[in-house]
Design a protein around this ligand. Sequence first.
Ligand SMILES: NC(=O)c1ccc[n+]([C@@H]2O[C@H](COP(=O)([O-])OP(=O)(O)OC[C@H]3O[C@@H](n4cnc5c(N)ncnc54)[C@H](OP(=O)(O)O)[C@@H]3O)[C@@H](O)[C@H]2O)c1
Length: 276
Amino acid sequence: MSTRSRPADHDRGSRPVISRARAATSAPWPPRTALVTGASSGIGRAAALRLAHEDTRVLLVGRNGTALDEVAAATGGHRFAIDLAVTGAEHAVASRAAELLGDIDLLVCSAGVGAAGPFEMMSPSALRDLVTVNVLSPMMLVRAVLPRMLERGEGRILLVGSVAGAVGVRGEVAYSASKAALIGFADALRSEVAGRGVVVTLCLPGAVDTPFFRRRGAPYVRRWPKPLPAGLVADRMLTAVAHGEPEVWVPGWMSLAARVHGLAPPIYRRLASVFG
Ligand SMILES: NC(=O)c1ccc[n+]([C@@H]2O[C@H](COP(=O)([O-])OP(=O)(O)OC[C@H]3O[C@@H](n4cnc5c(N)ncnc54)[C@H](OP(=O)(O)O)[C@@H]3O)[C@@H](O)[C@H]2O)c1
């Protein structure tokens, strides 16, 4: 177990970023408490393991009780098995967190599902579930914990989006749209709570080596870029949160695609028609 450290002790401690982070929130780093969704697998699991290593008390949220038990044993955290697609789940999660942890210093919204294949073939129920888990559930959960964070004047929110939300990927229409919604949510929320002690960080990963692809029913087939380890993504996104950064792309060069998309849409569309 490590001792508590300030952002300056983390690996990306450039001065301007740190002073902005200090000005943006007084929430401690490492956080004393964290609520992590998607903690039973992949990126959320890796984030929970890292937070526990920093002595953060975590509430692990997912559906798979056996997987949560394994992460709980490794982290010493509490676990809460619940389907976030069910109406009212966010209230159940928020009240369990309040009961077990008290105030939440960090909310990590990593739970998410993918979908691949032609949009016209997607079943309406799968579409509804995807939007519920990827968009509505993080918004509802933030809605549930934000008032107390604002009342305390401190807190950190980490939303796990995707590069697919910034550029739109063919064959992943619903997924791209859901992650685009998260970008709009993060931008608007960050702007709205600015100066009130709560910081919002959006992580935009490219391909990550997790059960995500298997679970969506379509493997990752591109030769390049290679999927990154979940632990690396967790490290990068938590470092960004520590520094109060608004967003972090993993890998960083992927932000280039979004810049081309914004600055030169026709060029972007030509490239996308070739590379997908
Ligand atoms: N892997 C990638 O290439 C990639 C790339 C960019 C962004 N992302 C995003 O990263 C996040 C984490 O994905 P991952 O790669 O770690 O995938 P993963 O290994 O499949 O993990 C997904 C997590 O979400 C949870 N979850 C899904 N539906 C849920 C529901 N209805 N209720 C409660 N929990 C639910 C799962 O819980 P259970 O297993 O317990 O059901 C699991 O813990 C997602 O938001 C994903 O969109 C992934």
